[in-house]
Design a protein around this ligand. Structure first.
Ligand code: UT7
Length: 333
């Protein structure tokens, strides 16, 4: 039996609060003009104090389930790609399973920062083709506002919160996932990171764990060095995924890139010789939502009814690690 992984439901969620460039300019030494020109961002969504990543994930997942016309009881695995889990453990996926009202199916998180959804799609696709699961809920969800330093203009202007989700179903019909390529090069790990702060805690030490030893340091990034590598690697990976699956640039109908910077998006579209109208752009309104960015960008075009059955979508992302990759999909919904 030859199984293919089809997208049968799509959803997204953005928290209500919008933080504009103008408002940010009252908090740090920046300007709407600088942020727009260098990144394309005009605003970002910020989760409420009483919300957590699992809440954003649950809302996006419920929309994807509704879109597929099924309930959580029809799902047999749930995966959350996140960099900003509610807790160190349990996994955010197990919390989302509970919040959706599901039970008794495997749920786990994956961590590949902004490439988390692209990695997740590759992982889940392999498992579904092998017959392991029939229907999987894959979610990318982030509360980046919780891990940025709101006094650092180099990073705080870049990120936003949100979640995107897909219901995937293994079927014998042709179409759906064509395939993926993934990469990681840990020699670049220091250029984009957020450290855990566990120092001070060891056997025999009497530290107040909550106050002195635990915590997450804010995002640190050497922006222009990340930028240079991102443009090069993304341009390579889109060529690589097409070559691997014996396709060419003209076969691709829609480019769904990770939304970090409009200049990076445009460079990849140029490499693909694609019109900018064929590319999903949400960075202006969402900023960089890390692992949520690709599914939210896909959801943005999907809600406008842009995809036609048989069209080819190319998803790509670049992340801290550095970890990057791409997925090719033949739209079959
Ligand atoms: O999602 C994972 C992947 N992430 C990315 O791909 C991000 C990649 N990097 C970028 O998108 C860009 O490098 C940034 C948007 C982060 C920065 O843009 P840039 O054109 O590379 O600027 P830069 O870092 O070279 O900084 C240029 C100047 C500096 O001032 P000086 O040293 O030239 O006087 C910065 O201090 O811009 C200054 N600057 C700002 N000015 C106003 C940096 N941030 C700001 C700011 N407002 N928010």
């Amino acid at each position: 039996m030859n199984l293919n992984t089809h997208i049968v439901g799509v959803g997204g969620y953005l928290p209500e609060r919008i933080l504009s460039n103008e408002e940010l300019s009252t908090m740090v030494d920046t300007s709407d003009a600088w942020i727009r020109e260098r990144t394309g961002i005009t605003q970002r969504h910020i989760l409420a104090e009483d919300q957590q990543t699992s809440d954003l994930a649950t809302a996006a997942a419920q929309q994807a389930l509704d879109d597929a016309g099924i309930s959580v009881h029809d799902i047999d695995a749930l995966v959350v790609a996140t960099t900003t889990p509610d807790m160190i453990f349990p996994s955010t996926a197990s919390i989302v399973q509970y919040k959706l009202g599901g039970k008794d199916f495997p749920a786990w998180d994956i961590q590949a920062v902004c490439s988390g959804f692209v990695y997740g799609l590759a992982q889940v696709d392999g498992m579904m083709r092998s017959g392991m699961f029939k229907r999987v809920l894959l979610i990318g969800a982030e509360s980046m506002s919780r891990i940025v330093d709101w006094t650092d203009r180099n990073t705080c202007v870049l990120f936003g919160d949100g979640a995107g989700a897909m219901v995937l179903e293994a079927k014998e019909e042709q179409g759906g996932m064509i395939g993926s390529v993934l990469h990681c090069d840990g020699s670049y790990r220091h250029l984009l990171m957020a450290e855990h702060k566990y120092e001070g805690n060891a056997p025999g030490k009497k530290v107040d764990f909550r106050v002195d030893a635990a915590g997450v340091a804010a995002v640190e990034m050497k922006g222009n060095e990340v930028f240079r590598v991102a443009v090069t690697k993304l341009s390579e990976v889109v060529g690589e995924v097409l070559e691997k699956y014996e396709m060419s640039k003209v076969d691709v109908d829609w480019l769904i890139p990770h939304q970090a910077n409009i200049r990076i998006l445009k460079a990849t579209a140029k490499k693909m010789q694609m019109d900018e109208e064929q590319m999903a752009v949400t960075v202006d309104k969402h900023a960089n939502t890390s692992s949520a960015s690709v599914p939210l960008a896909l959801n943005h075009l999907y809600r406008q009814g842009k995809f036609e059955s048989g069209q080819v979508l190319l998803l790509e992302a670049f992340a801290g690690g550095f970890a990057w990759g791409a997925n090719l999909i033949r739209w079959s919904k």
